[in-house]
Structure formats: structure tokens, C-alpha cells
Design a protein around this ligand. Structure first.
Ligand code: AGP
Length: 610
């Protein structure tokens, strides 16, 4: 997830407004920064790896002057963070500058086509290809509106774009598909940006753009067009005016997009996080290569910590189910006890959203020294894990500011479920190819959205739970329960213990007394979990069963049932259906107790110590 901004002023210099806007967008990504300013018929670009502060200091940005310009703060998805991959990207002649937030799914084929037509592509990014496509289309017709419409029709995936065209000074072109983008219409000038934060100083009159819309802002106004199957149509000016909203937020409030905390904002960002991750991974050659490596290994170890370990448990489950491949999930700090059996025919799947967790990196370095091949799964391009892995597969959840892993967990489950399916295909076990996972995952963002909305009332209603609790599950449910319990512990400071439901009668049930809260994470692979719910209920426990709505369970009266979106019996969907409730329960329980969900006590976002 990156931050983009475009500004066009009636008079004065756009540079300081662009830089301040980028500072407010820095929470969206901060591995590299860049700006492009239009002055005297030319487009001047400055860009560099690093934070905005270092960029402003070393790139003599403030010396740039121009009434029109664009800016970008990057969260790398294609290509490591460096000066070349920083945005803006340009065409061969330097007449077109583009900044982009999103993932172009048909990136590989577009790159091959453009190179075959003689385009000199200098970066690893998908964004640069857009500049070259625009160059081709504009050279034909000269009108950037036509060129942009035709270019957009060739892109698959997600984008929010801001574009300068040196032949049309004063204008910033824009386009939106799946990635957020808004316009701001002010007295002194107009703006386009990834979110309201960046443009509050330009205007509080904003227009949220819709998917498939594109157009331009200039000092004189704005024009919006809508893509159609045969080309495009212009949005009538009256409709444009009718969509203007007035925003009351302060910049601080706006960086959380109006949410009170980053954690709740990131819970709500999950549909986009899983969609961007799916779009970026489904045709990723690295994913296919990793699946072949895993398919051919003698041993597969899955190494991670915390929430990433819980995502690894889901991966190990699917690897058995879809690929008939056994694997050993390892808590990273316990890696030494497995070293004796590690060798050149061992493949290690290391999962870490930050890519910097000490325990996980220590395990990877040890196993790599013993000859193992490493598949890294991380949210940060250029992280330590990315750099030492033989193959890296990325989640594309964007920066996660809250200490609790939420959107990165479901993004990890997305890419790991794909990896398990592709391994099944590589081993010839999945006869329908990996369609068992591709089809449900291609729409899982809708499932997550439904799960969040249906979970919210339950979570608010149960936020007052006190004391210890069990969170029990069987099969896939026991792995989701582990993540559920971690969220409740680390954010609401309530002792929640996850346990395999069937095992709880071998001792733990002794703790259950009247009113003792027991959550059941019911998944379609284990309907017998209903019996465990009844056992707990008969000892006076307050049993609450969370389950997919279409899962038929024999639950007697007195046991609370929290119906969540249907899974149609597909385990691929069930982590996405069940996890949001527990994320929201932890969040609302923390808020009810007056805790800060973004900064829980004793915890750091990334644990870089032993
Ligand atoms: C989860 O909410 C915590 N933030 C923590 O357990 C985290 O998952 C763990 O430290 C691993 O972090 P990583 O994914 O960056 O390696």
C-alpha cells in the first residue's frame, strides 16, 4: 500500500504542499519517496530510497518550483526499495511521469510486450510499465484522455494513479481501480490523493472516486470520465458537483481515516489487503517456483513466531489436505531442537510480516548453514528475511501500524493457502489444478468484508467479558483458536487459552465452573466439536459457538450461537470467516477497559531481540 498525491495550483508553488502531503501519507509506506514538478514545459523529478525527512534533506527537493506536481511514498510490492524503483516513473522521453498505488496483475506479460517493442525498462516495478503504455497510446492520438482510457483497458489488478504530461502543463491526470483515491477542490487549487489526510490543507471539499473512473484536475477545474466496455463516457458536471462532501477531520484523525485507532482501521482494511495479496501472488512466478521446491523436498519445516506462526499452522493444515505433504510447524525460538535433522533436502518456509523478527531470522540462518533452502513469506520487500531467502513470496497488506497483526495475518493465510494449493498441483495431487484455492481466494475479500460486518455487533456485545476464558477448536478450528487467544491476551490483557476441543476433557475442563466463558471455533472439518460445546455447557460454562452460518451443528438451547458468513463447507474460506470476530472482540474489549489497542503494554511491533 503506497501513498500518492497530485496538486495543481492557480498560483504559487506546489512543492511544499506535496511534501507536507507525503508526510501525512507516510503511514501508508515509507521505504522510498519521490516527486515530479512541472515547470517551463518540463517535468523535473527527484526520488530516493529512504524516509521523507532524509529525502527532503538530500534530494534538494525544496528547490523545485512549479504550480503542478505529483508525489509518492512507497511500500514496495514489485522490486526492492532503491532509488531506481522509487516513484515517479517515466516513459522513454521523460514526458510522462506516473505515481501508483496498487498491484498490476498482468505485469509480467506487459513487461515482455513492451520490451519486445523496444521500450527500455529500467526498474523492477509494475508502475513503470504504465508510463510506457501511456507513451505508446499518447503518440497515436495526442489526447491524454484517450490515451489513458486505452491504457487502463489493458491493466488488470488494482491502481490509483496520478500522472503528469509535459505537453499538457497544469493538469494532473488520475485513475482509480480498487485502490483508494479522492479529489479535493479548493480556492487556491485542486488535488488528488490516496486519502483525505494529504489534502486537508488544499481543501475540505472532497470527491471520493469510484472504481473505473479517471480524468484530470487543473487550475480551472476537474473532469471525470467513466470506463465503459466500448471506451468511456464523461461524468456530467452536475453529478460531479453533487458528489462533493465536506470533511471535518483534523490531519491526525484523517491518517486513521476517521477510525479512532490504527488497529480497527487495519481490521477494516483486510478486504483490500487480501485482494492485493491475491492479485500479486496468484500469477507470481516465485509462488510457482516455491511450490515446486516444497513438492520435491524430503522435509518441510514451517518457522515463524506469534501470529505468523498461527498462519503457518493453517499452511501446514492445507499442505496436508491439498498436497498430501507433511510439514513440521516450528515456533521460531524453538528452532535448535530440529537442527539435527536439517540438511540439503530440507525446505524451510519462514513466515514473518516484518521480515525482521530475531527468532525467525536466527532459525533461518541456522538452517541455511545446514544446507536447507529457504522460502520467505513477508510483507516487507527488502527486509532481512527477503534478502536471505532463496525465494520470497510477498503479502501485500501495506504497512501495519498497530502492534497487533490483523490484516497481515489474513494476507499471510491468503498467500500460504495459494502456496499449499500450488504444491498440490506440483505433486499431481490436485487434479483440477490449484482451482480448489484460486477460485475461493479470488473472492475472499468479499467474505472478509461480510465477516467483519456480521462480527461487529457480537464483538461489541461481548466486550465486557471478564476473567479467564477458553477458546477451543478442532481441526482447522484449533489453529484459528490459537490466533484468537493471542489477540485477546495481547490487546485486551484477558487470559484466553486456546486448546484443541477434544483434548480439553483430558484435564483442562477441570477449570470450567458456572459462567466460565468458553468460545468454540467451529469449522466444517470437525462437526463433532458440538459435543465438546455440550460438555462445557453441562458443567456450567458460558459457551459461545462461532461458526459459518451454513454449518449444521446439533447445539442445544442455552448455548449461544454466533452465526458468521457461510463457508459452503470449504476450509479455504473458514479462517477468513472466523478470525475477524476475535480480532474485533480483542479490540472492543481493550477499548472498553480504557487500553490503547495500538500500543499494548510490554509489546513491540517487531521483536528484534532474542
Ligand atoms: C501478533 O499480533 C504480534 N504482533 C506478534 O506475535 C507478531 O506476530 C510476532 O512478533 C511475529 O512478527 P513477524 O510476523 O513480524 O515476524
Amino acid at each position: 500500500m503506497c501513498g500518492i498525491i497530485g496538486i495543481t495550483m492557480r498560483r504559487g508553488n506546489a512543492t511544499p504542499i506535496i511534501v507536507e502531503g507525503l508526510r501525512r501519507l507516510e503511514y501508508r509506506g515509507y521505504d522510498s519517496v519521490g516527486v515530479a514538478l512541472q515547470s517551463g514545459g518540463r517535468v523535473e523529478i527527484r526520488k530516493a530510497k529512504g524516509t521523507i525527512d532524509s529525502f527532503v534533506r538530500k534530494a534538494s527537493v525544496m528547490s523545485l518550483r512549479g504550480q503542478t506536481g505529483i508525489g509518492h511514498t512507497r511500500w514496495a510490492t514489485h522490486g526492492p526499495p532503491n532509488d531506481v524503483n522509487a516513484h515517479p516513473h517515466t516513459d522513454c522521453r521523460g514526458e510522462i511521469a506516473v505515481v501508483h498505488n496498487g498491484v498490476i496483475r498482468n505485469y509480467s506479460s506487459l513487461r515482455e510486450e513492451l520490451a519486445a517493442r523496444g521500450h527500455r525498462i529500467i526498474s523492477d516495478t509494475d508502475t513503470e510499465l504504465i508510463a510506457h503504455l501511456l507513451e505508446e497510446e499518447a503518440s497515436g492520438t495526442g489526447s491524454m484522455v484517450d490515451a489513458l482510457a486505452r491504457t487502463l483497458s489493458r491493466l488488470q489488478g488494482s491502481y490509483a494513479l496520478a500522472i503528469l504530461y509535459s505537453r499538457e502543463p497544469g493538469r494532473v491526470y488520475f485513475a482509480k481501480m480498487h485502490s483508494p483515491l479522492i479529489l479535493a477542490l479548493g480556492e487556491e487549487g485542486n488535488a488528488v490523493a490516496s486519502d483525505i489526510t494529504a489534502v486537508l490543507d488544499v481543501s475540505r471539499r472532497i470527491i471520493p472516486l469510484n472504481d473505473g473512473e479517471f480524468g484530470w484536475i487543473g487550475p480551472e477545474g476537474v473532469e471525470i470520465y467513466r470506463l465503459t466496455p466500448s471506451g468511456y463516457t464523461r461524468v456530467p458536471p452536475r453529478e460531479v458537483e453533487s458528489r462533493v462532501k465536506f470533511i471535518e477531520w483534523t490531519p491526525e484523525a484523517a491518517s486513521k481515516a476517521g477510525y479512532p485507532h490504527f488497529m480497527i482501521k487495519e481490521i477494516y482494511e483486510q478486504p483490500q489487503a487480501v485482494m492485493e495479496t491475491f492479485n500479486g501472488a496468484v500469477d507470481d512466478p516465485a509462488l510457482a517456483e516455491a511450490s515446486r521446491l516444497i513438492a520435491g523436498a524430503r522435509d518441510v519445516l514451517v518457522v515463524a513466531a506469534g501470529t505468523s506462526y498461527h498462519a503457518g499452522l493453517v499452511f501446514s493444515y492445507h499442505l496436508y489436505r491439498l498436497a498430501r505433504r507433511h510439514s513440521i510447524p516450528i515456533i521460531a525460538s524453538e528452532y535448535k531442537q530440529y537442527s539435527p535433522a536439517v540438511g540439503e533436502d530440507t525446505v524451510v518456509v519462514a513466515v514473518s510480516q516484518s521480515g525482521e523478527t530475531y527468532d525467525t531470522l536466527a532459525a533461518v540462518r541456522e538452517y541455511q548453514s545446514l544446507g536447507a533452502r529457504i522460502v520467505g513469506v513477508t510483507n516487507v520487500v527488502g527486509s532481512a528475511l527477503d534478502r536471505i531467502s532463496d525465494i520470497t513470496v510477498y503479502t501485500r497488506a501495506g504497512p501495519e501500524i498497530g502492534v497487533a497483526a490483523t490484516k497481515t495475518y489474513l494476507a499471510q493465510v491468503t498467500v500460504l493457502t495459494l502456496l499449499a494449493g500450488y504444491t498440490g498441483e506440483a505433486r499431481g495431487v490436485l487434479d483440477r489444478g490449484a482451482r480448489e484455492v484460486r477460485e475461493p481466494l479470488s473472492r475472499v475479500h468479499e467474505v472478509v468484508n461480510d465477516a467483519i460486518r456480521s462480527s461487529e455487533p457480537y464483538a461489541k456485545q461481548l466486550a465486557g467479558l471478564e476473567g479467564s476464558m477458553y477458546i477451543l477448536g478442532r481441526g482447522l478450528g484449533s489453529h484459528i483458536a490459537r490466533e484468537a487467544a493471542l489477540k485477546v491476551k495481547e490487546i485486551a490483557y484477558l487470559h484466553a487459552e486456546a486448546y484443541p476441543a477434544g483434548e480439553s476433557k483430558h484435564g483442562p475442563i477441570a477449570l470450567v465452573e458456572p459462567g466460565f466463558p468458553v468460545f468454540i471455533v467451529a469449522t466444517s472439518d470437525s462437526p463433532e466439536v458440538a459435543g465438546n460445546a455440550i460438555e462445557m455447557h453441562s458443567r456450567g460454562g458460558r459457551v459461545m459457538v462461532t461458526k459459518p452460518a451454513d454449518m449444521g451443528l446439533e447445539i442445544p438451547r442455552g448455548i449461544e450461537v454466533l452465526d458468521l458468513p457461510p463457508s459452503h463447507g470449504d476450509p479455504v474460506l473458514e479462517p477468513f470467516i472466523l478470525a475477524p470476530f476475535y480480532q474485533l472482540l480483542a479490540y472492543y474489549a481493550a477499548v472498553k477497559r480504557g487500553y490503547d489497542p495500538d500500543k499494548p503494554r510490554n509489546l513491540a511491533k517487531t521483536v528484534t531481540v532474542e
